[in-house]
Design a protein around this ligand. Sequence first.
Ligand code: ZN
Length: 729
Amino acid sequence: MTRSDLPLSLLLAVCLMRQAAGADLAPLVAAGLDRTVVLPGATYLTGVVRADGRPGLTLQWAKLAGPGAVAFSNPAAAATAARFAAVGEYVLQLSAADGKLQAAATVRVTAVAAPPAPHLEPVWSTAYQLSSPFWRKRTKNLIVNWLPHCVGKLCDPATREGSIEDFVLAGRKLAGTPGVVHAGPGFCDWFLYNTAEAMCLALLVDPQGDPEIIAAQNTMRLTLDDWIPKILSAQEPDGYLLTQATLQGRPHWRHVRDHEGYQAGYFIEFAIAHHLLTGGRDRRLLDAAIRLADCWVRNLGPAPKQRWYDGHQGIEFALVRLARHLEGGAGPNNNGAAYLALAKFLLDSRGNGEEYDQTHLPVTRQYAAVGHAVRAVYGYTGMADIAMETGDADYRSAVQSLWSNLVNRQYYVTGGLGSGDTNEGFGQDFSLPNNAYGESCAACGEVFFQHRMQLTWHDAAYADLLEEALYNAVLGSVDLAARNFTYTNPLDSSEPRYPWHQCPCCVGNIPRTLLSLPTWIYTRSSDALYVNLYLGSRVTIDQLGGTPVQVEQSTEYPWCGKVAITLTPAHPATFTLHLRVPKHQSSALYTNHPESSGLSAITINGQPVTPAVARGYALVTREWQAGDIVAFDLPLPVQRVQASENIAATRGRVALRCGPLVYNLESVDQDVEAVLAPNSPLTTEWQSDLLDGVRVIKGRFRDGTPLLAIPNYARLNRGGRSLVWIRDR
Ligand SMILES: [Zn+2]
């Protein structure tokens, strides 16, 4: 541990001990957290110096290493700003001297160039078809098993956490019915919105004649028809919407622990999903979302309005999404600029609180992920949206710093987040115990965050991480039949999944994330399509090169590396196809052997091509004709994953992966504490009768007994113990 890593509390404790001992020692110095700065922005240094209270202390910031000049706004102050003349890695030193004794500490700053302009645009899900056998099974079970289970809970007034009945009661109260009494502690409007949004997304999936999917979808339509008027009836005349507040007559925006913004944000996202589902024909929910957002804008903001923030982030990125949705032509009453300004104001209002909800510092001065992991990653997603939409230099630098800290120091190999060292949250850098908390919602948030980063930076590394989190952490949070889920996702566990949790935040979040596939597969500009995931599917992208383009992927990835993409523009159209080159090594914490990168045997209509690669994408620009086919192979070797020696929990252990899938050993197949021989050959084998059909990894332990590893997402479907990190020493 270097001085710059010393926690402030430890520094103070050491200082007090020395004072008590009357020691004549050099000052203690900490230079602050390593971070990233996006040029031409500044980074805000907050050095800490303790000098036993003696007079004559002098401080000095200086550049120790780095490719360009560094200008400090006040090099003699512990807290100062630094600006950098060139991109590259810098080491800055804070030194302190009190007479004859002195001490110094360093901080590393990575200066990067501003992102390319303009940012990319999301592809929000509209009607699509899945051909991937892998994803058809997973989505079918969500549609026919999991969502009906969620709806059943929400239609049962006995569900203590909340049900549609709360909206009915709130509506009656608002209509003036006397004697309406709140049935229970219901606090889960959000769970209903998540589930309803997931139903909207499920209705976009082409059932392809499957009678079970058709029946489930028909029931979902009836449920939405029943629910929507009830939900709308619970909206207060000024646009405010929260059943518990209405039923209890509670004042609005008094406390930061009432989840008012978190719930409002989920309502906005549900409303947009429903508007998209109906092709813009049904505006009831969207108009309600606009009334809600307008209500928030009227009440919250710079003086004379109220300064406030929600202790659980979520409304910030929802407001940005609403602004974008209205900008996309869903007007006519486009108040998008005000929604964007409110989202930024809510984030800017944080800063006088605690690490738990990321209010310990102004968000633009936060450079390391701390506190409750879901709140954190939802907050960072909102910050990434603000950075993207406004180009604010301080937001960009904070977001890049938080991302780097998260991915390079606090990231599980499965894409999970949150060690649980703090309350549902992060611990110290590199503290990644295998009994991880890893809340499923944090994995969903990780997908949202990486998505925004890819939109901003056009870089495949973010899509790599999104894919990793989606295929392992999010997909593994439900069982194969989609009848049980888990709130936490340890990397070594014997705990079976379960159908319910007293805080049902993940229950609806998991399906809405998993059913948003087109959004995770593609991002775009007016003349470029980014293919971020290889996933057998047919999606129509609007106005690409000036015309709608049907994009059909034929592939059995991740089981098989062959991909063919057929493009069918309505009219011949010129645009650039950006094909992600998967690397699966985008966190500095993990190294894969053998390396695997690159697309091979790339052809267009059968003719070999060698595209240039930029920012992790192979680029193909041409005038595309209906039926043009781009084909290629993705290498899928079995890889051993070595973790950084900084992580205590994985020393002497190795993980296995193949493509995006991380693998587990299960005690039902072998002794999971056996040692894998370093040179044991590892092969894959398709087993159609195991776990809904999986490609297993086979090898031998050092004692000669056979090893069998199954994909992490399919873990704990047969009982026993399941673990990611295998002994290799
Ligand atoms: Zn959750």
